[in-house]
Design a protein around this ligand. Sequence first.
Ligand SMILES: [Zn+2]
Ligand SMILES: [Zn+2]
Length: 413
Amino acid sequence: MKKSYQRLRGTLDFYPPESDLIQEIVGKARNLFNTFGYQEVILPILEREEIFTKSVGKTSDIVGEKQMFRVEGKDIVLRPEGTAGMVRSFIENALYTKKDFYKFFYIGPMFRGERPQKGRLRQFHHIGCEAFGSNSPYLDVEVIKLALSILQECGIKGIKLKVNSLGCQQDKANLTNFLKKELISYRSKLCPLCQRRLTTNPLRVLDCKEESCRKVVSHLDISDRFLCKECLCHFNEVLSLLKELEIDFLYQPTLVRGLDYYTNTVFELVHKQLGSQDACGAGGRYNDLVKNLGGPSIPAIGFALGLERMLLLLKKPDLTSKVLVFVAYTSLNVYPQAYKLLNTLRKNKVSSDISYKEKSLKSQLRSAEKAGANFVIIVGDEEIKRGHLIVRDMKKSCQRTVECSRILDFFLS
Ligand SMILES: [Zn+2]
Ligand SMILES: [Zn+2]
């Protein structure tokens, strides 16, 4: 038996209609980004590992739990997320010396090196954006509104918005210290991962999905009491702006997100249909990241939507081809004329196709039907001598004779 190859675990092949659907989602996202004043960047998939250990954090799942896809023998990884690379590029190109405010978006693949499990792919795609240079709560709300608009425009209903504020570094440190003290007495009740987190990153215990950890967390009094005056004021403004725009949200003080670089506003877009990994997008502020990666102190905020998660929430469309016209022929004698006609149609942007197999007219009509063609132009031995073509309307099941010279007008008018 011949050897056959299978795709790698945790990767997906996309065919129509799913690949068409992806293009539609990407198109709608691009339009909305433009409407909101964001410009597209295309950045490398390969980056130095260090930019992620320094930004996402050594104790994050991505770095600490060795989820990055490393290039063997090098300090290079396939990017696990888009923000760190964006910040690296922003600093490297010294964009801040040219303008004091930037809004970018990106669409592309991201990678994980861990063993793939349900809902967690090895290669997946993010639609994301980043805004640099402002700490305005109005910008926080713009970014949230933009993420929601993309999901809505794609026809995804039932999304819930969860928001929280982690505060500045000092506030985060205060909360961390509080958690260290409080959680130590519950240590045995935490999952093994959270027991480790207790010393490395106690914040992460707050959003652990394990039932035992959630129970422990529910006893804690955290709310917004660890926010300093300035951060509390910022957060309250974000919340009241959301109300003003009539955006429903759930304030969840335990929402911390898995990445160390977040400060202040964090948010998650969840859908109950997605199960335990219920987020189809998330984002937040990272006001210290530009500085931490070697740039000046510039506040920033962004989000990323998971394309595959979005696909799970959309009904699969029917398999329909986009070919409008199928060119058929009654015999191989007229194939050259049929082929010429096909090229004329295409030159005039009429989507069209032909059979490249020697087939009877009957089976060509069947192929046309499978291709979803609305019309079939039949190039007939007899008709072509008189300068005529037959146009068959596949939807109405009727046909008429059209002069060769008028065929383009027929489709273009
Ligand atoms: Zn603060
Ligand atoms: Zn846990």
